[in-house]
Design a protein around this ligand. Sequence first.
Ligand code: BDP
Length: 671
Amino acid sequence: DDGYRLWLKYDLLPAANRTAYAPRLNRIVASPGVPEAAVQELVAGIRGLTGKQPVVGGKEGMGAITLKINPSLVANDEGYSITSGSSGIILSARSSQGLIYASFAFLRALQTLQPLDGLSISSSPKVKYRLLNHWDNNNGTIERGYAGSSLWKWFDLPDVVDERYRDYARASASVGINGSVVNNVNASARFLTPEYLDKLAALADVFRPYGIKVYLSVFFAAPKTLGKQQTSDPLNPEVRKWWAAKTDEIYARIPDFGGFLVKANSEGEPGPQDYGRTHADGANMLAEALGNHPGIVMWRSFVYKANSNGDRAKEGFEEFKPLDGKFHPKVLVQVKNGPIDFQPREPFHPLFGAMPRTPLMMEFQLTQEYLGFATHLAYLAPMFKECLDTPVAGAGTEVGRVVDGSLHGYRMTGMAGVANTGSDRNWTGHPFGQANWYAFGRLAWDWTLAADQVATEWIHMTLTHQPEAVSSIREMMMGSREAVVNYMTPLGLHHLMGHNLHYGPEPWLAKSARPDWTAVYYHRADSLGIGFNRSASGSNALGLYSPEIQAKWGENCPPEYLLWFHHVAWSQKMANGRTLWDELCYRYDAGVKSVARMQQQWNGVKKAVDPEVFTHVAGRLSIQLREARWWRDACVQYFQTFSRMPLPVGVEKPGHSLEETKTLTDVYQLR
Ligand code: BDP
């Protein structure tokens, strides 16, 4: 198995399940309006899973799967219901899009061996815009992409349309994703040229049957660079006309174009502030350019000033909070899950809960920029859930409820995942990276799903049905992200990764173009202790949160966020009685031990999984173990130069000096 088929493998189910399913899956009955893509998928899926091809046609009743559009169904536009009883299996939805989701959900029920007797599923997405963000460039490279080059073959399009685009759309739709921003947020104006719009239209045609809309990241200064305008000032009438005309040009080719994603005045990208205007001025100008077209604007809040000597964790908040209520109704503000940048663990972004009059969209990162790229196994659903399940204030105010609009009554809601896909045959490089694509879609649909439940589905659909193997793999996945946190950045530490590349440990990094691109800026280790004091006596980033959160993460801060918010003395006693220093060492060591355990767990399932997948994962796990040690040794040895305390008993001693460990990192910085 080369991994190409993802979780839509449709290999034969265990014999007992096939026998139980067979009498119910003889024919597929599709009334008018039922999308062809749904029927095709059911035929292919059932044929593969049961070994028997169902016929298309005939009547509703026992043995039939009937698909129906039912405008009075209690569900939202994309929702569906699946029932099974004396009239057979019935898939109904209010829209053809809902039937696509119903078909994939029904196949998932088979793939996860659910009994069909009395089956009754009904589901509606909690969030409206469920998007992948591809950071793909027109030259085929992917920013922070670790699974090959871009899926989109820009040089070939629109004349050559790779079959793979359809499989991408199937896989994405199967987990409920309904939009794809195809290009990097550090956007090229080239995507707005007629040449590229034709290419985009070709992709849109392939995605459309699966309900996936295409979106573009736009370069804010395009009026000037592409349109030969004097300026790109969002309040300039000529500039506004230019964007309106450009938007019409897009809709002439792609009538269901999704809209724009914008990174502005961030990391050198142009934006409205270049002309003394605000983010709201910029976003609203684009929203107005969309006019009556159905599209939206997603404006990113990931900004930090060019010459800041404050606390970067406060910057997005400080710039956006004052703009609450100032955005056009077609605008969503897209906020990264945490206030720094996709670290293995961050507290939720303080903007969540702080902008009741502006729909905030979640941005998660699936590509593991700071979690060991595609080399390390890290199942991210527990990380997404940790964020979504945390209340922003009192009980019932979970981040998920901000994002799904129920807390503040947002009409527009969205969740974006920075994709981990690429041209590698198995799409994500690491075979387990597929689980993060899968889990992101499932949680964007319904953030209340449990991470282990989602893992169980994915394992059945992708790897094995063998019960003991399913539970070992699930255990391995569920602990994997915490393992990464432990061997890279335990106790609330963050941004200790190698300069710019963000791979491997470089906690000693002290010089860079900006202080907040170093590691010492974040860990602040000295002879007294370690951690970033973000409490009231420090930067007071903690003060950006609600009183409930300030109480929770203040004086009795849980260990997970301790050094994120506090500078703590080396000898300070933790709740478990250990000193901070000992606890830090134990956690680094525990991270390494967890990877060793993952290796054992994986070896234990060898007979239950495909040999090619087994070998591939085993190879990556051995790299991960070696690099977890590299991380532990580098950090423990380096921090020891400040703490001057011995390694506690039980923590493995590094087999080499700090200087030797440093050279390992240096190699990554060579050119
Ligand atoms: C950081 C990446 C950078 C992105 C930036 C962003 O290092 O490549 O362009 O985020 O999200 O994580 O805009």
